[in-house]
Unconditional design. Sequence first.
Length: 319
Amino acid sequence: MVTVHVQQALQSRDTLFSKLLITSPPGTLPASALRHCSPAAVRCWIRAIGGNFPTADYLHRIGRGASRMCSFCSAECKTLTLFACVCPRFKDARTKAHDRVWSKITQCLRTSLSSDWRLLVETPIAKAGLELLPVHPQLTSRPLSLPSIWPVAEGVSGFQTSRSRDPPGNDRGCLLQDLGNWRPDAIAISLVRRKIGILDLSRCSDCSPGALPRAHQEKALKYAPILSALESYTRRGWSVEVLPWIVGIRGFIVLQGIQVAESFLDLPSSARRNIELCAAVESIESLAFMLQVRFVGSHNALTRPTCFPHQIQRKIPPS
């Protein structure tokens, strides 16, 4: 009864925390993830949500900083996004944070995928044993929006191909491009299910409305040319999809997009929630790590043990 009353009281409040965590569906995952985070990460997360994260602008406003400008890149540092996603001084820290989140996701995938899947992590496509077709150079450019020749289902979904990807006005005499050196975060292949999934993580800002869906679309556009290179498989009835994994710096995720990836990989329902929680927990911990790098300067700051116990990783034999 007490829990019900507390829940009702939280839902009736008009505070930032209640809006983000209680009344907003995307907030339920970070709220659950906080229970598995270290105290330092929880404190950091609260500041990031509450608007008092120690950016240069905030420190200046409370009399703790001499300037609103970032001392590393000389940009006006008013938001968490500039520190966590833009400032070149912390590029290595961002890379390490990305790698930690992706390492946790792949660890969960290896323990959950069926034995007929091969999961190739950080592997060039040319070394995946796949038949690649050369593609038109125009397809490797980054368009600002999804053109009609690359249809996407309404809402956030996996990015898939079912017909020719030759762009309008294709010059047949131009030099085609080989994508063999492209290296997504992971390639999942199942000969039994006749499926190929291109998985790639983006750990991006989740501080503005629409930032995560936009990151999902950009990731889908980035790897869309691979669908053309693998078109020989779709002609033989294979299912080939680009599966972006979008995780925000504060633990919010594009849940629908990740659920599409989980469904494509035929993950058991018992493992899906754990993967989503792991991604959120590690992203929140990584934000605390970056804050420690900011003020302490140690890239080895994040040494906390893994958040969830996992089974021993199962090696997937090559087919």
